[in-house]
Ligand binder design. Sequence first.
Ligand code: CA
Length: 512
Amino acid sequence: MKAYKFVAFTGVLVPAIAAAQGAQQQEKRLNIIHIMSDDHSYQTISAYDHPISRIARTPNIDRIADEGLRFDRAYVENSLSTPSRACLMTGLYSHQNGQRNLGPGIDSTLTFLPEILRGAGYETAMIGKWHMQCEPKGFDFFYVLNGQGAYYNTAFKSHNSHGQYIQETGYVTNQITQHTLEFLEQRDTTKPFCLFVHHKAPHRNWMPDLDHLGLYEDEVFPLPETLYDDYSTRGSAIRLQKIDIRDHMDLDRDLKVRDTAKVKNYFKMNRSQLRKWDEFYAPRNEKFRSMGLEGDELYEWKYQNYIKEYVRCIKSVDESVGEILDYLEANGLMDNTVIVYTSDQGFYMGEHGLYDKRFMYEEAFRTPLILRYPEGVRRGISTDVMVQNLDFAPTYLDIAGIEKPDYMEGCSFLPVVLKNGKEPSGWRDYLYYHYYEYTPLLRISKMDGVFDKRFKLIHFYGEDGTYDEFYDLKKDPTETHNAIDSPRYSRDIKRLKARLSRFREDLKVDEF
Ligand code: CA
């Protein structure tokens, strides 16, 4: 009461005192940087030590892992761009936030994560791919792409462009880095910040920066064990899909075999960019045509060139991470900033003969996740605790000292970080997955499913048939032996089916 009287009496000083106290409190609050690329597979991050990334290394992303925690069991709830972004912003499953597919869907009346953080005193920024049809909201600073944006000379809508997309010359990954550094440079240093850096790369059609065109050209990337998967034992979905390298990867568009002079306004590139582009692709294409490849030889050429294009795009993403880390180091921000590197979902690098994502098979269901916490935790370790993209919103709120709203479905994984990767008591035993986007173009069946870290039950439904698949990832890590009819797994199948039913009931899932 005494203090109250004092404050009331010296009314003029109140804002100053409050501001000073607020600033002290905020000083202790950690900054958050969420770097998320689009379709970046864990197989192409060298911290995950995969045969591809042993050749195409990512030293800057590895810096985060070397000083942080690598999650080996990070998953998404719907392996697709827009739903993944909606999940990040709302902490809700696709059917709860409305964003089940690409295109419209998001319930923009929901409170987004940055709105909560901003309300609690954080400065918030979003740079890069937004990919939802509602306006970016809750951000003090933003530069967002129009839908997918373009690899070259893309346009950005920003916090001060009055709703207009303004075209800028350059390569998209570098442009996103530039706007990120602009935010860091001009931010309000009296506030903690939460910064989302969302790269377009390495999304299809995998166009590298001009500086990286010939990179890895002479390398031969190892073939995945399941490149020649014949899909025996599996149901109709994987047979009917149109995302396989052999038949559905386009030589012209995806692998740049087409003569650029024959295409009007070739991917928005300008003349000087095209000149440099052709210096690399024209002789490569001439050589390709002269070889007259067919059958498996053509298939493997496609695989090799797919991987090369993809990891060339990753090279720029990795350099971007390096520039951001260098800035943080040079400006004394490493000790009070949580740095996260992740992707909106995983991606097939030829496993099962596929590119793309969407299926619940491991490489698309999983996503890379690496987190560097400033101090007080062990460095350079990994964890197999199961986390999901539903957990980002609760985790970032937890880091900011804000209680998670009841409606959010995920759990903060900050305790996993603070316990050096150990599983907190009462942690989840199962994950729920649901993919909705059946289109004639890609023809990937709708599916939901449940996973307990060893066993996976996938329920396919819709136009191409209703049936289940079951995998034991311990015995069958490449998921080529569907064991749904195997009597030896009958107890586990029954258990996972019961858990799947419970998820559907608890979450009020309305189709399956
Ligand atoms: Ca994506």
